[in-house]
Design a protein around this ligand. Structure first.
Ligand SMILES: Cc1cc2nc3c(=O)[nH]c(=O)nc-3n(C[C@H](O)[C@H](O)[C@H](O)COP(=O)(O)OP(=O)(O)OC[C@H]3O[C@@H](n4cnc5c(N)ncnc54)[C@H](O)[C@@H]3O)c2cc1C
Length: 480
């Protein structure tokens, strides 16, 4: 479609482009896109805009609303569920230039921050001022404030300080009709975790904490999965800052990319991190040593624990063993972690790496990762189908896929629950009656064919059939 984007040039100057090459760069996120996507959606935007102020965002939204053009918010695109990939062309709104404000109030222990600021930069500025974030994503070196607040919000430190959404004291957002509005703590839920479907978050006020006096990581190893699964539950009672874990295959892949040719001598390992004042931390460590005394548990040297903790921002480094890394992302009851891991092990994948963390007293994230080659047609089709099996394993254990985006939209009923879905659908209709903001994501596809393909009962079969159909269509040039 040809839109008169010239009108937006008056507002944005050279921060709007319709250049085909530049627009194509905005047609994917971190994950490789299967051919099916081009059969169903128009993933290349017609224009990309880079606003610097809420007023500019407002003008873009008014233009889009008037012309019924879809707008897809996109920040650093470190998510991999298609949430920031357009489905109907239209405008991609690149939020990375909205990064000019970090206003700290040391007395209140709060910070007002623009949505395009990257988490690691925010943490650095806070640390200089004797403060620290309560929780942050392991994608902190690239992920933005607005991007992570739009996600389910679990990361490093969530175990102790809860999801990041609970630290948001207020925010400013631009609504689909262009209105710029401030929201109190009570109203934030309209936007938090909504994956850019209800409004554009421009600025937030966050609760932060005092920089801890001491941070103490400990690396435990286990000779059996059962022992690991028992101990991880005991560790939660020590109220650590963070607990992360990995299986032998994941550790092996990490060693390979580091050029270390020794084999891990454990089945699972746990990195547990305590923080606080020196006395508190010393007491927690004493309790940890009591647990460590039982059989089948090893303790790695302190330097290794420090190294592993320092490496927390690199969970996907195994991608270098590629060419293609696929990863599930599941949120499961901690009490079912052992069952989920056992079931994942029964999927026919050679060397399935598993990495994850504990995010509350009773919930854990599980990230099963495996390598494939997107250039090899059949290999890639079959590899992709494992992701659905992984989601189904989580659901059968009382868990959910972590995050929705496009790919997990068939699970939205499970993710939000019946009442939650009704509430969110009602809000979306009210706030965005023309379905302009990030359509076909989160609450499900609305276009006729995609809504059939992404129907929960059809999803597995349709993914398979559409992928088969993609090959000849690509060959005759009907799709890219
Ligand atoms: C190595 C690695 C580690 C990761 N670790 C974590 C983790 O610990 N926890 C976790 O939850 N995820 C994690 N992720 C996934 C991803 O990094 C997060 O979801 C991240 O917060 C996305 O931020 P982003 O700036 O890249 O946003 P994008 O990926 O660009 O966008 C994410 C979603 O937010 C929407 N959006 C972006 N900005 C705005 C805005 N200002 N207003 C409204 N909507 C907006 C987009 O439309 C999209 O739906 C990880 C990914 C990688 C690669």
């Amino acid at each position: 479609m040809n839109y008169n984007f010239k009108l937006l040039e008056d507002v944005l100057g050279n921060r709007i482009t319709t250049d085909e090459f530049e627009c194509a760069l905005y047609s994917t996120d971190l994950a490789p896109l299967p051919g099916i996507i081009n059969l169903l959606f128009k993933t290349t935007p017609d224009a990309v805009v880079r606003p610097e102020t809420p007023e500019e965002i407002s003008e873009v939204m008014k233009f889009a609303n008037k012309n019924r053009i879809s707008v897809t918010p996109r920040a650093s695109a470190t998510s991999a569920l298609g949430g920031c990939v357009p489905t109907r062309g239209g405008i991609v709104m690149d939020m990375s230039s909205m990064d000019n404000k970090i206003e700290i109030n040391e007395k209140e222990r709060t910070v007002i921050v623009s949505c395009g600021v990257v988490w690691k930069k925010l943490e650095k500025v806070l640390n200089i001022n004797g403060l620290a974030l309560m929780t942050y994503p392991s994608s902190s070196p690239s992920a933005t404030v607005g991007g992570w607040l739009s996600s389910p919000g679990c990361g490093v430190g969530t175990l102790k300080y809860r999801r990041v959404h609970e630290q948001v004291l207020g925010m400013e957002a631009v609504l689909p009709d262009g209105e710029i509005k401030g929201y109190s703590e009570k109203e934030n839920h309209k936007f938090l975790g909504s994956e850019g479907t209800t409004g554009i978050i421009t600025m937030v006020k966050l609760k932060v904490r005092e920089l801890p006096e001491s941070v103490s990581p400990h690396l435990l190893t286990f000779d059996s999965q059962e022992k690991f699964a028992d101990v991880i539950q005991e560790l939660v009672e020590l109220k650590p800052f963070n607990i992360s874990y990995a299986n032998r295959a994941y550790a092996q892949m990490m060693k390979d990319v580091q050029g270390d040719n020794t084999n891990p001598d454990f089945e699972f390992r746990i990195l547990v991190v305590f923080d606080g004042n020196k006395k508190e931390v010393a007491e927690s460590v004493k309790k940890l040593y009591k647990i460590k005394k039982s059989g089948g548990i090893g303790v790695e040297p302190a330097e290794l624990a420090e190294e592993e903790w320092g490496d927390r921002f690199n969970p996907m480094r195994i991608k270098r063993r590629g060419p293609t890394l696929l990863a599930g992302d599941l949120l499961v009851p901690l009490s079912r972690l052992n069952t989920v891991i056992s079931k994942l092990g029964k999927i026919n994948i050679n060397g399935l790496g598993i990495e994850g963390s504990v995010v509350s007293e009773n919930k854990a994230i599980v990230m099963p990762m495996y390598l494939t080659d997107e250039r090899k047609f059949m290999d890639f089709i079959f590899a992709l189908r494992h992701l659905k099996k992984m989601n189904d394993i989580a659901v059968s254990a009382g868990g959910i896929p972590y995050g929705t985006g496009l790919w997990n939209s068939p699970y939205v009923n499970k993710i939000l629950g019946g009442e939650g879905l009704k509430e969110k659908t009602g809000l979306k209709k009210k706030i965005d009656p023309h379905n302009i903001l990030n359509p076909d994501k989160y609450l499900g596809a609305k276009l006729a064919i995609p809504s059939l393909v992404f129907h929960p009962k059809m999803y597995g079969l349709s993914m398979f059939l559409a992928e088969i159909a993609a090959k000849p269509l690509r060959f005759v040039g009907l799709i890219k």
